[in-house]
Write a protein that binds this ligand. Structure first.
Ligand code: HEC
Length: 170
């Protein structure tokens, strides 16, 4: 009996290591729903996150937009923490802007167009200001060429605000 226990421990450790090696090989692969370059995926539950601010795009897209943030993002906005801490996630939802069928002067959201994501990880995304980017249509990431434009624009316009355009709407 004395010898069985160590033998089982050795077996358990051995198989755990094998399992980890197998799992490791699988998790290293970039998931197909992740953005090119950055490997950013749509975060769970973002539709229920708090609003940072709405936005409107006049021409050429005619979109209504809303930027929402996870708890780390909202805490940073409220306190005014800059740069945003690691773990910050910002999501921009967008819809076609359509005329209200009930009241002509009003604009309301039509079909959803894109969902865009920024994830802060200052180590992983060191070369792009600490931000990873993802742009999704119908839940699927768009191509690499579009992802090459993200940081360039954010860097050119809002470097001084940690590459984030949206301010907290009062
Ligand atoms: C030509 C400039 C430009 C490019 C390119 C661009 N963005 Fe933005 N982005 C903006 C502007 C302006 C806003 C502010 C909200 C708005 O007006 O829609 C914004 C807002 C965002 C936000 C909300 C946080 C913030 O900074 O306000 C996210 C998330 C985002 N963009 C992701 C992306 C991703 C992902 C890409 C690449 C696929 C991208 N952006 C490419 C201009 C750009």
């Amino acid at each position: 009996m004395k010898y069985i226990v160590p033998a089982l421990v050795v077996l358990a450790i051995g198989s755990a290591a094998t399992a980890a090696a197998v799992l490791g090989a699988e998790t290293d692969a970039v998931p197909t729903n992740a953005s090119p370059i950055y490997g950013v995926t749509l975060p769970d539950g973002y539709r229920n996150w708090e609003l940072v601010a709405p936005a409107l795009e006049g021409d050429p897209l005619h979109e209504l937009r809303a930027v929402v943030g996870n708890k780390i993002a909202m805490d940073a906005y409220r306190i005014g923490t800059l740069p945003f801490p690691d773990g910050t996630v910002l999501v921009k939802l967008a819809w076609k802007r359509v005329q209200s069928p009930e009241f002509e002067p009003a604009s309301v959201p039509g079909a959803a167009t894109t969902v865009q994501v920024m994830v802060k990880d200052s180590t992983r995304y060191e070369s792009t200001g600490g931000w990873g980017f993802g742009r999704f249509i119908n839940g699927k990431p768009v191509d690499q060429a579009q992802h090459e434009t993200c940081f360039a624009c954010h860097e050119a316009q809002v470097r001084g605000h940690d590459y984030v355009f949206t301010r907290y709407a009062p």
